[in-house]
Design a protein around this ligand. Sequence first.
Ligand code: FAD
Length: 186
Amino acid sequence: MTADDTEKQAEATQLPQPPAHKGTISKSGIILGPDGKPCRSCNSYRDMANMSRMLTGGKAKIASVPTASERADCPPDVEQLGRSTWNLLHTLTATYPPTPTPSQKSDMNNFITILSRIYPCWFCAEDFATWIKQPENTPQLDSQEDFGRWMCKAHNAVNKKLGKQEFDCNFWKERWKDGWKDGRCD
Ligand SMILES: Cc1cc2nc3c(=O)[nH]c(=O)nc-3n(C[C@H](O)[C@H](O)[C@H](O)COP(=O)(O)OP(=O)(O)OC[C@H]3O[C@@H](n4cnc5c(N)ncnc54)[C@H](O)[C@@H]3O)c2cc1C
């Protein structure tokens, strides 16, 4: 093996790999986990409730569907998990050093790569890993500003996929670090 091959092999091992916990999609469109059961962190609570209603021939009562606050101490669905994760990810950008050391950059790069493999919603993880593999989407970690804008771009890629409105990345710092200029976060 040449030095060039060794370098290529090292690079390959650093690329995001597909999630180890891949599941499947059922005929009804419900996402299943690797155990073949509906995956809570891959489906919305609404979709899971609709499926149970379908399976019971519409007998599950709408009135019996718990509200979001009643479900506050239940395992998270894909939406709750996503909101919590974005809270963490954007807050990481807000507290990232303005001029990071090589070791801080490397830690963050590893964290993002590992997240793209172990994120509990396996198809979200798969799409995220594919997205960060594209040369134009490589994590930008040279400064806090670069990282904040990169995370905003990553979140917008998911927003776009889900048909949601994109966020104006010029405001990433107000939203996630300093609070809005009208003072309502002070
Ligand atoms: C890596 C990852 C991949 C995901 N993939 C999927 C998927 O494939 N399918 C799926 O159904 N769900 C996925 N999700 C979850 C999804 O992104 C949402 O979190 C979920 O749908 C709840 O959306 P929401 O409308 O409450 O707000 P969220 O999208 O969770 O956003 C929370 C808040 O962040 C702010 N915000 C929104 N966009 C941006 C931005 N671009 N930059 C900065 N701030 C912003 C807004 O204030 C918003 O209220 C993923 C989550 C993550 C972390």
